[in-house]
Ligand binder design. Structure first.
Ligand code: FAD
Length: 565
């Protein structure tokens, strides 16, 4: 009766709507079938980690071609270069993180994310074993197994303590957002503690002694941020204890920022001296207790200094899951997983590794070096002149910008010394022993392997691999391929080539150093503006871009927030 009474135009509207809906659904289904492979099932790509490499891959992969599954203990991506700014409240923690689900949401694709940690990779059975902290499953232990067709390992690295006693218990690290938040709270607690009544001068000094262990970019940037925070904001709020504040940077080597050009190192050291930051070079920390830090120096021997808060920033180490995986695929005790130039893990099938947990084995580089070297030694005399070496190196540097970068850094001092005689003059056109040269090249090789531990490398690798995956299906359908990649033994894709875009080192006081490939170096206030614009444009989304820029604006107008929240 109800149907009979419904006006005809309404019945038509319902009919039309249901029809269009059904058709749309069918077309979508059709589309799904089209993008499935021959078995009617899309290949499953499992990504471990949501850092620079993982997020860059996820952002660029064509999600309609694969079944994407992501496993990571955190459901967001962190813009790590701004972590030091979070330690002092220049930028808020939430402004530099992007939820993973947001990255793929707009593309309306089939995507699964599990907030869990992978604790074992089983390449033989193509499975990964994961454990979640956020909930338990039917077995009650939160563990589950995920199988894969392709596995992308981007689990990054962990802080390296070099097994120094007491570091894990007493020092802060600066790797995750939580670390930065804890440091911020700890700095403010030190100020509150030092301001309490009935404290001796010594105790106030101890509480306000901030120690940074490690003179790399992260340690230096944190020390500079802290110095600005103290001078621009906390000095006004805690005038009584300002005079007790002391910031020390302890570095085991002779200089800070050794991976940068010497001019930047020198500028940073002089600036720190002017700012009153106590730079302790050639000091090696051997023990940290809850009261003091013990360090040794060839001149002074062992000394212990009391401290209020310490930040350990001496580089990165290998995650246990990677160590276990390396053993399984016969890579032994390396620092990072060795991959070929197509980012495929050596020793197993369909596993790719990128970012800090991996390194491109430089065998190819060394093969090229050897080839160029043979050409240079045409006369087969078994000796090389410095001129020949320079020609060879020029050629290598053109092919591998990362080699050039390392050759120019302070770390390659030994190599440059080799080309000089005992009086320090260049051994121009003198003959050198080939074995000596080979040893020096081996040194270049081992240094180059250390290169990929930056966000720049990780992001470029993620983009490269996503592009390869996007083209993989086209290549499979057209096995002939373009002429340049046809033929047995050839690869379908060009190998990964890192393009170095320069490196910033913020030094505080609105001054930043910038080093471009080649010899171009700039330090100063104008570079700080370049830093602001570069980091604003590099944000993952417009949302975080707006948040970061508004945080900077808030800091300029109102100063940093000093509540220990
Ligand atoms: P990460 O970004 O560390 O990501 C690793 C991911 O794996 C994370 O999501 C983590 O949760 C996840 N994960 C860890 N274990 C597991 C597991 N078992 N299972 C699943 N997932 C796991 N580089 C620059 O180029 N410029 C800079 O200015 C710069 N500044 C920095 C400042 C700081 C304070 C720090 C800490 C680093 C900085 N870096 C910088 C280095 C840069 O952050 C790293 O090189 C980059 O993060 C490496 O990317 P990744 O994807 O390999 O690892």
């Amino acid at each position: 009766e109800a149907v009979r009474r419904t006006p005809r135009w309404q019945k038509r509207l319902v009919f039309f709507t249901v029809g269009v809906g059904t058709l749309t659904y069918a077309c979508q289904d059709d589309q799904v079938l089209q993008i499935c492979d021959g078995t009617g099932k899309k290949k499953k790509v499992v990504i471990l980690g949501t850092g620079w490499a993982g997020a860059s891959f996820l952002r660029n992969i064509d999600t309609s071609l694969y079944d994407i599954h992501v496993v990571s203990p955190r459901n967001y991506f962190t813009f790590t270069p701004l972590l030091p700014s979070v330690t002092c409240g220049t930028v808020e923690a939430r402004s530099i993180v992007e939820p993973v689900r947001n990255i793929v949401r707009k593309r309306n694709c089939a995507f699964r994310f599990w907030e869990a940690e992978c604790f074992k990779i089983d390449p033989a059975n193509k499975k990964v074993h994961c454990r979640s902290d956020v909930g338990t499953n039917i077995d009650g232990n939160g563990e589950f197994v995920v199988d894969y067709d392709y596995l992308i390992v981007t689990v990054g690295a962990r802080p390296n303590t070099f097994n120094t006693p007491g570091v894990t218990e007493n020092c802060h690290f600066l790797k995750e957002v939580e670390d930065a938040q804890n440091i911020r709270k700890s700095v403010l607690k030190c100020f509150e503690r030092a301001s309490l009544p009935n404290l001796s001068e010594e105790e106030r000094k101890k509480n306000l002694h901030f120690v940074v262990i490690g003179g790399g970019p992260t340690g230096v940037e944190f020390a500079a941020e802290l110095h600005d925070f103290v001078n621009e904001d906390l000095a006004k709020l805690y005038p009584d204890v300002r005079k007790y504040v002391n910031i020390s940077v302890i570095e085991a080597g002779g200089h800070i920022l050794t991976m940068f050009d010497k001019r930047i190192t020198q500028f940073a050291e002089e600036k720190f001296k002017r700012d009153g930051i106590d730079l302790k070079t050639n000091f090696k920390v051997v023990k940290v207790s809850d009261k003091d830090i013990t360090m040794t120096n060839p001149a002074t021997g062992e000394i212990a200094v009391p401290y209020g808060m310490a930040v350990w920033s001496t580089g990165i180490g290998t995650r246990p899951i990677i160590m276990d995986f390396m053993k399984q695929v016969g890579q032994g005790n390396r620092r990072a997983l060795a991959t070929d130039e197509w980012l495929r893990v050596q020793g197993c099938e369909d596993v790719y590794a990128l970012g800090d947990c991996a390194t491109i084995a430089q065998r190819k580089v060394m093969e090229d070096v050897a080839a160029i070297f043979r050409v240079a030694d045409k006369d087969n005399s078994g000796t090389l002149t410095v001129k020949k070496i320079k020609d060879v190196l020029g050629d290598i540097c053109e092919r591998y910008p990362q080699v050039e970068l390392y050759l120019k850094s302070n770390q390659m001092k030994g190599f440059h010394d080799l080309l000089k005689d005992s009086d320090g003059n260049s051994k121009e056109l003198k003959e050198l022993d080939i074995e000596q040269f080979k040893k020096a090249l081996a040194q270049v090789d081992s240094q180059v392997k250390m290169l990929p531990a930056t966000a720049q490398v990780a992001a470029q690798e993620g983009l490269y691999l996503a592009k390869c995956f996007n083209r993989m299906k086209i290549c499979e359908e057209n096995p002939e391929g373009p002429l340049r990649i046809r033929g047995s033994g050839r690869h379908r894709f060009k190998p990964f080539r890192y393009r170095h875009l320069g490196q910033f080192a913020p030094l505080g006081g609105e001054q930043t150093a910038y080093q471009l490939p080649g010899d171009w170096v700039h330090v100063g206030h104008s570079t700080q503006w370049l830093w602001y614009s570069a980091y604003a444009s590099m944000q993952f989304s417009w949302r975080t871009r707006m948040l970061v820029v508004s945080d900077w604006g808030r800091r300029f107008i109102f100063g940093r927030d000093s509540s220990s929240l």
